[in-house]
Structures are given as structure tokens and as C-alpha cells.
Design a protein around this ligand. Sequence first.
Ligand SMILES: [Zn+2]
Length: 198
Amino acid sequence: MASPEIEALTQALARIPGLGPRSARRAVLHLLKKREAALVPLLTALGAVEERLETCSTCGNIDTANPCAICADARRDAGALCVVEEVADLWALERSRLFPGRFHVLGGRLSALEGVRPEDLTIDALVRRIEGGGVDEVVLAMNATLEGQTTAHYIAERIERFPVRVTQLAHGLPVGGELDYLDEGTLAQALRARRPVV
Ligand SMILES: [Zn+2]
């Protein structure tokens, strides 16, 4: 039986996505056994992030600075804007290091079922960013779900009047994917998006 403090720590960790009670107990035990090597550095890192946590007022990224490190980086291509549903999507694309431009986080996707309307997302702010000029390409990097694609179509219509190239992520075969195992939707997309052999 653990003390209330240790129990509270375990419960807090267990609520973190990807952990759960069993992993949380193991993590807590590790932190308690490695006070100097694990607990203290974690505490310092958490405190530093908590103190400076900000949502970027330009793109919606979460960082310890506003504007965020991406928006503040002058080496990035300000002409290319990648629109994503969530911060997690931005981070995933960032990990690939393949997109040299900047981002715009919508904060979700349109959903009739969940009652998410255009005004619940940062679509107006996106339109204002494009209106402000300097953007030549908008990449709609929504999820390949019905709601993601509905959101992409809606945004494409809203920004039609601007002289920008609107592109979308290709959907198709996953790397390492075998045709036999793919669902029909993925296969159909891959076939539609086929390109010449170089
Ligand atoms: Zn930003």
C-alpha cells in the first residue's frame, strides 16, 4: 500500500495517453528508486515547460515561446503553409523533416456528428493569414477520414479566391504495404493517384 502522495503520482501518470495503471506503477517505482538520475531531471523539465507553456498565436502550435520556434525560424519557407488538424499532426510532419514551410493548426476537423462547425476551428484565422499575402502554396494535410476530407474540401472552397496553389497529401500505398492486405478505399486512392514510372 503506497502513501497518498505516491498514489496521486501514479494516478496522474496513469492518465497519460499510452501509459495506463501498470506502466504508471513501473514508472513511479523507477522514479522513486532513481531519485537523482530520473526524478529530479523530470521535475526540472516539467517545471520549465509548465512555466513557459504557450500556444503560438500565429499557427496554433504548442511550444515554450510565442511565436513558436517554427514560426520564428527565418530559414523556413514562409510561402508554403501546411494545414493540419491537430498539434500532434504538426509534430509528426516535423519529425519527418520533409516540410520546409510553416504550419496552421485547425484544432480539429468539421464533424456534423460531433457538432463541430467551421467557427469552432481556426479557419477564419487561416483565411486571414492567406489574405495577408506572402503565401503561394497551401498544403491541406488532413487525415484520410471522411471528416478530414470534408474539412479539406471546405477549406479549399474558402480559399479558392486567392492566387495560391492548393495541394493535398497523396493517399495510397503505405511504405511496406502489401496490396493483398489493403482495404478497398486505400487501394482505390492509390490507383486514382497513380503516376508515370520514371
Ligand atoms: Zn507558430
